[in-house]
Design a protein around this ligand. Structure first.
Ligand code: COA
Ligand code: MG
Length: 291
């Protein structure tokens, strides 16, 4: 999934607009964008929305961002939304693999109670929202088959650090957030799950947003979260591999398939060996194509 659009769970209007946005996934929020007084309303609206939206023929994946495990709100969130059969849960303030397993256990119980197949509900974690979470990044590997993606956040991390800002004057992230970003990328790849880049809050700054998307793709992120529908088409465009790249990946896979005993081959005047083949295969796998 290239684009994940946050929609506040207490806004029927934004949830419905999200469906038309072209996003590959909606992150229906019960956490930071919903005031404490509205949590219960948001849970009910989110469940009703899930139940109606999931039957649409062509729809985005539907994940719910629950409240963090240490808030005491997660169980009620799950009790209310799992009956709506979300495709996944986005876990904020995750501290590592142990939190994934904790959430997986909670999901297994609710799946059983609601006659939902065991393990269907996936998990994506926001993995850098506190200083201690950074030190849990290596523990996602092997934590659960439910884990599909890791993403990172600079807003809550800067609050935890007591920092003045998380972005420099030119709009780029300050060094400690770049570290969190890069470690998330490495942790996700090491865990065999999708690395997703963080949000860009300044939703009127299209040029800055596009630049950040391109930097993320350059480094290996395969998607980015959006907070506004206007960001979705840019994400989808940047994270869709260009036709020429797909074609070249197919040719690389074919060249190795045609020369099964060759460790290294030349194509268009360039040396290609195993890492090039791996990269080509990864790109095609993302398209759901075997080449
Ligand atoms: N999802 C769906 N629709 C959205 C949307 C979103 N995330 N953000 C804005 N829209 C809708 C608005 O409701 C508005 O609809 P309308 O034209 O029918 O009135 C339209 O898109 C244009 O919105 P705009 O006026 O540009 O922005 P806004 O001031 O209404 O909203 C935010 C700005 C930041 C409050 C809004 O984008 C938002 O709620 N984003 C998600 C916040 C969130 O979930 N944060 C948690 C993760 S960090
Ligand atoms: Mg937050």
């Amino acid at each position: 999934m290239r684009s994940q659009l946050f929609v506040p769970g207490d806004s029927e209007k934004k949830m419905n607009k999200g469906l038309e946005s072209g996003a590959d996934c909606l992150f229906i929020d019960l956490e930071d964008s919903v005031a404490a007084a509205n949590k219960e309303t948001a849970r009910r609206l989110a469940c009703e929305f899930l139940a109606s939206a999931r039957n649409r023929e062509k729809r985005p994946l539907l994940y719910v961002r629950v409240n963090a495990l240490d808030t005491g709100l997660t169980d009620r969130d799950l009790d209310m939304v799992v009956p709506g059969r979300p495709d996944g849960i986005l876990l904020p303030k995750s501290q590592g693999g142990v939190d994934v397993q904790h959430l997986a256990a909670k999901l297994a119980v609710r799946e059983a109670e609601n006659d939902i197949a065991d393990g269907i509900t996936k998990i994506c974690c926001v993995a850098t929202e506190t200083a201690s979470a950074i030190f849990g990044l290596s523990s996602y590997r092997g934590a659960s088959r439910r884990l599909t993606a890791l993403t990172w956040g600079a807003e809550d991390l800067s609050a935890d650090l007591g920092a003045e800002t998380n972005r420099l004057e030119d709009g780029t992230h300050a060094p400690v957030y770049v570290l969190a970003r890069n470690l998330t990328l490495l942790a996700a790849v090491s865990a065999g799950v999708q690395p997703i880049d963080t949000v860009y809050p300044n939703f009127r700054d299209e040029a800055g947003f596009r630049r950040e998307c391109m930097e993320a793709r350059r480094d290996g992120f395969t998607g980015k979260m959006a907070i506004h529908p206007a960001q979705v088409p840019i994400i989808n465009e940047v994270f869709t591999p260009p036709a020429a790249e797909i074609e070249r990946a197919r040719r690389i896979v074919k060249a190795f398939a045609d020369n099964p005993t060759a460790g290294v081959i030349g194509l268009d005047g360039e040396m290609l060996d195993k890492p090039h083949l791996e990269r080509a295969r990864k790109l095609l796998a993302r398209l759901g194509s075997t080449g």
